[in-house]
Design a protein around this ligand. Structure first.
Ligand code: PMP
Ligand code: GLN
Length: 384
């Protein structure tokens, strides 16, 4: 008999797979897993088709297609006046997830400590556990999901090797202010701590607010990885293409690992994205207002319901409080109830915690949906 010892024995199938499968089984509206139900720009799809037909179907350069890396550099220059070297400081990865995984593998050693803020994206903690490091979970303060900096200060030890930041934040839709970053800098600038900044929703920031990238702070430049995802920006989550940015010193150790995690990204997808970004700069320019309209439309509909919420500041998620509707149900039960009784599927927020507050009554809806989907969803939600 073969003996198998799982490295993640307590790990179930991810909540996203579970809830999307539930939506399919019940033929329900899927506002759970984060993905658009509308098509990507036609020119982008054509660019992919063209790239494959023109024969670009073999391995790409391991670090990524240079013209796409140049497009990423141009975005940082425009927003943060940063002068990045696309050759030594940017790597294209097949999705943000593998970028996060590789950065952790590259930097964190067994016995180190990594601080993450709960609720946290589901891949962070398991990626840290796999290097036999300890995850230090710091809960964000409810109901506004802000950071308690005294708690962060108290959590930092000689073993702290990395802090994982996510702004705009999944699942709460909050964003870090400049002051948040300054608070972080004050706590870590004289310590040997690396920042892994997950900024996959960098272009989805609303109400004229600014997205502050970790790299825009000179004090964080030498110690930060920034992770991005073209999937969110170009409505192609299934293309699983992202990027990692860091100084040449950090990027060197990242690539030492990443080259064996995946070697390279998908060739024709990189070509299509680079061509589209070059020819359609308006796509990114218009993205925040495109999603803000969806957020506003969804909120207008929700205002007719008994769900309570603070408007999402960023991402394509809206967190809602259902305590006026079914305070007797925990959030997993509430999602089950909504799916079975009302044919609408959401994500329970407690699954993003190590220890969720007992009375947490929040669920997450994704509003990256067509107008008709949102209209239908709001009609249902206002009856709940
Ligand atoms: N980080 C966060 C916060 C996310 O929401 C997602 C979305 N799925 C990812 C990382 C992973 O992105 P990708 O699909 O490009 O791997
Ligand atoms: N990031 C997406 C979400 O939060 C899902 C990604 C996934 O399915 N792994 O819904």
């Amino acid at each position: 008999m073969i003996e198998i010892h799982s490295k993640l024995p307590a790990q179930d199938v991810t909540i996203f797979s579970t809830m999307s499968a539930m939506a399919q089984r019940l033929n329900a509206i899927n506002l759970s897993q984060g993905f658009p139900d509308f098509p990507a720009p036609a020119e982008l799809l054509q660019a992919l088709s063209q790239a494959t037909l023109e024969g670009n179907n073999q391995y790409a350069a391991g670090d990524g297609l240079l013209s796409l890396r140049e497009q990423v550099a141009a975005q940082f220059e425009k927003r943060d006046q940063l002068n990045l070297d696309p050759i030594t400081e940017i790597t294209i990865t097949p999705g943000a997830t593998i970028g996060i995984f590789s950065a952790i593998q590259a930097i964190v050693h067994a016995g180190d400590e990594v601080i993450i803020f709960d609720p946290s994206y589901d891949s962070y903690a398991p990626s840290v556990q796999l290097v036999e490091a300890t995850v230090i979970h710091i809960p964000l303060t409810t109901p506004d999901f802000s950071v308690d900096w005294n708690q962060v200060k108290a959590a930092i030890t000689d073993k702290t090797r990395m802090i994982i930041v996510n702004t705009p934040h999944n699942p709460t839709g909050t964003i870090w202010s400049k002051q948040d970053w300054l608070n972080l800098i004050a706590l870590i600038q004289d310590k040997n701590i690396v920042v892994l900044s997950d900024e996959v929703y960098e272009h989805l920031v609303f109400d004229g607010q600014h997205h502050y990238s970790a790299l825009s702070f000179p004090e964080l430049r030498e110690r930060s990885f920034v992770i991005g995802s073209f999937g969110k920006t170009f409505h192609v989550t299934g293309w699983k293409t992202g990027y990692c940015v860091a100084t040449p010193q950090l990027m060197k150790v990242f690539r030492q690992v990443y080259q064996f995690a995946n070697f390279c990204g998908v060739t024709p997808i990189q070509i299509a994205l680079a061509n589209f970004m070059q020819q359609h700069p308006e796509h990114i320019q218009n993205l925040a207002s495109f999603y803000q309209q969806k957020r506003d439309f969804f909120q207008l509909g929700l205002a007719q319901s008994r769900f309570k919420f603070t408007p999402s500041q960023g991402t394509y998620f809206q967190n809602v409080d259902y305590s006026d509707i079914r305070p007797d149900l925990n959030d997993v039960e509430m999602c089950q109830f909504l799916a079975e009784q009302h044919k609408i599927v959401a994500i329970p927020v407690s699954v993003f915690y190590q220890h969720a507050p007992k009375n947490l009554r929040f669920i997450r809806f994704c509003f990256a949906k067509k107008q008709e989907t949102l209209t239908h969803a709001c009609e249902i939600l206002s009856q709940v």
